[in-house]
Design a protein around this ligand. Sequence first.
Ligand SMILES: NC(=O)C1=CN([C@@H]2O[C@H](COP(=O)(O)OP(=O)(O)OC[C@H]3O[C@@H](n4cnc5c(N)ncnc54)[C@H](O)[C@@H]3O)[C@@H](O)[C@H]2O)C=CC1
Ligand SMILES: O=C(CO)COP(=O)(O)O
Length: 339
Amino acid sequence: MAYQKIGVVGGGAWGTALAQSARRAGRDVLLWAYELETVEEINEHRTNRVYLPSVTLDRGIRATAKTAEMATCDLLLMTVPTQFTRAISAEIGPYLKEGTPVLACAKGFEQETQLFLTDVLAHTLPSAILGVLSGPSFAAEVARNLPTALTLAVEDEALGRELAEALGHRNFRLYWTDDVRGVQIGGAVKNVLAIAAGIVVGRALGDSAHAAVTTRGFAELRRFGVALGGQPETLTGLSGLGDLMLTCSSTKSRNMSLGKALGKGRTLEDVLGTRRSVSEGVYTAGAVVELARKHEVEMPICAAVHEVLSERMSIDAAIESLLSRPARAEPEPLARSAG
Ligand SMILES: NC(=O)C1=CN([C@@H]2O[C@H](COP(=O)(O)OP(=O)(O)OC[C@H]3O[C@@H](n4cnc5c(N)ncnc54)[C@H](O)[C@@H]3O)[C@@H](O)[C@H]2O)C=CC1
Ligand SMILES: O=C(CO)COP(=O)(O)O
C-alpha cells in the first residue's frame, strides 16, 4: 500500500479519532500531540482522557512529541486547531519529503490573514501536495466506529481516489472531489452559523426560528462559497450543507453548545474559560465577515454573530437587527451577492 504510514498531527479529539479510524483501515499510525502528558498517556495507557474520554485506543497508534518525526510518514493529516496550524506545520516543513500528501482536517480561516488552511500550508509546507478532509463527523462517533461520510479534496482526482482508499473503510466512507476551496468554505462558515443556531436554542426562540436561521444561514454560506470560488455542488454536499445540518442541530457540537450558553446569558469569557476544547467559530467569525466585505457578499447572520462575540452588540439587539431586515424574494440567483 502506497500510503501505509499515516501521520496525524494533533492529539485533540479529532486527531485521536482519525488515528483510531486509520488503524481500522489497516494503516500504521504515528500521532504528534502538543502536550507531553498526552503523548505519554497514549503510549502507556492507550487513552486520551482530556480530549477523547471513554475510548481505548488501538495498540498500533504510536504517539510522539517530536514534530520532525512526522516527516517520516507517507501522508499527513493536519488536525491541530486552525490558529496553531501555521506554527506547527512550519516545524515539519524543512523535513518533509517532496510530494508528500498533506490533508487539512481542521476547520476555519486564519484569523490574522483570513487565509484558507491550504494557503497557510502552501507557505509552511511548500513541497507537499495539499488537500482537505472535511464533512459532518463528531470525533467521539468516529472513534466509536459509527457510520460516517466525509469529503476528501485534492486537485488530482486519481490521487483523491487513492487517498480515499487508503483512509476509508466500511464505516468511514470517503467521497473525493477536486474542489479544494469549496470543501474548506463549508467547514469554516458552518461553525459561525452553528453559534447562531445555538443562540436561537438558548434563547428558546422555537424550532421554526432554528430552521429559519439554519436555512438562511445556508443561503449565506452558498453565496459566500460561490463568490470565493467554490463549486455550488460542493456547498450542497457533505462538507457544506451536510456539516451545517449536523453542527446546527446537535448540542454535541462545541460551536452550537457555545451559542446555546450565550443565548442563556453566559458570557463568552465564562464559556471559553470552562473548556479546553476548541470552538473554531469564535476565531473564524471575524475572518468570514472580512472576506465577505472584500467580496461584497452580504452575510447578516455571520455579521451578527461576529458583533455578539466581539461584545459590540447584545444578543437581543442582534436578533432585532435580523428580524427588522426588509422582506425579499426567495429563491435568490446564485451569482448575486446581495443579501
Ligand atoms: N472534534 C471534532 O468532532 C471535530 C473537529 N474538527 C476540527 O479539528 C480541529 C481540531 O479540533 P479537535 O481535535 O476537536 O481539538 P480539541 O478541542 O479536542 O483539542 C484542542 C487541541 O488544541 C491543541 N493545542 C492547544 N494549544 C496548542 C498550541 N499552542 N499549539 C498546538 N496545539 C495546541 C491541543 O493539544 C488539542 O489537540 C478543529 O479545527 C476542529 O474544528 C473537525 C471535525 C470533527
Ligand atoms: O466539525 C464538527 C462536526 O463536523 C465538530 O463540530 P464542533 O467543533 O462544533 O464540535
